[in-house]
Design a binder for this molecule. Structure first.
Ligand code: SF4
Length: 213
């Protein structure tokens, strides 16, 4: 078994696409080295794949491209968000976000979508079309307060969100969130399919973790 050693990377994340009819397809994770989403099978066949003992979480053990020391130095100089040649321009949207992203077809009953969101500890679900393109976002709170349980998730009240390519640099993400007053970003792959969900809290958490490093 590959031994765990500290990295700056978050554990590998997955996106679930719940199709019309209830079947669930699990897509892979964003690979920061390929700068694109890849299937979990590709990760499992990669020499950098690691399985953490205990909770069964999966992690990429490839040497980090950013060290904690470098991150701390850049933050101490207050150089974040001030230019392209900094840490924020090298971290990509796809590297952030919850361990699981839940996407559901518009016809999915609220109760089913809510159960998956709770199990995944996700902030909500992305409603997708038949091509897995994002259509709307329904927050956890909205799911919990929507009745009756068989109501199609597409009929729930929705929250605004931005769509950005998963390889967008973090400084661009923060700039758009700020300029457009948005708190939720849906990451998409080259085929415009939803592959991740990032909130303002995820961004704050990322910055906070590097401040503590
Ligand atoms: S384990 Fe391999 S394929 Fe997966 S994210 Fe890491 S480098 Fe990419």
């Amino acid at each position: 078994m590959v031994q765990h050693r500290p990295t700056t990377r978050l554990p590998l994340r997955q996106v679930e696409w719940m199709e019309h009819g209830g079947s669930v397809h699990t897509h892979g994770t964003f690979c920061p080295f390929r700068r694109a989403s890849t299937s979990m099978d590709s990760c499992r066949g990669c020499p950098h794949f690691g399985h953490l003992e205990g909770d069964g979480a999966m992690e990429c053990l490839r040497e980090p491209t950013l060290s904690h020391a470098e991150a701390a130095a850049l933050l101490a100089k207050r150089r974040i968000c001030t230019g392209r040649d900094n840490l924020m321009s090298r971290v990509m949207l796809g590297e952030l976000g919850a361990a699981h992203t839940v996407c559901t077809a518009a016809s999915t009953p609220v109760s089913q979508a809510a159960a998956r969101v709770v199990a995944a500890e996700a902030p909500g679900c992305i409603v997708i079309d038949e091509r897995h393109h994002p259509v709307t976002f329904v927050s956890r709170t909205r799911l919990a307060s929507s009745h009756p349980p068989w109501l199609p998730v597409a009929e729930c009240p929705t929250e605004p969100f931005l769509v950005m390519p998963e390889d967008s640099p973090l400084d661009d993400v923060i700039a758009r969130m700020t300029q457009e007053h948005q708190r939720v970003i849906v990451a998409t792959d080259v085929d415009a399919r939803a592959t991740g969900l990032v909130t303002d809290l995820d961004v704050l958490r990322w910055v906070g973790e590097r401040r503590r490093a």
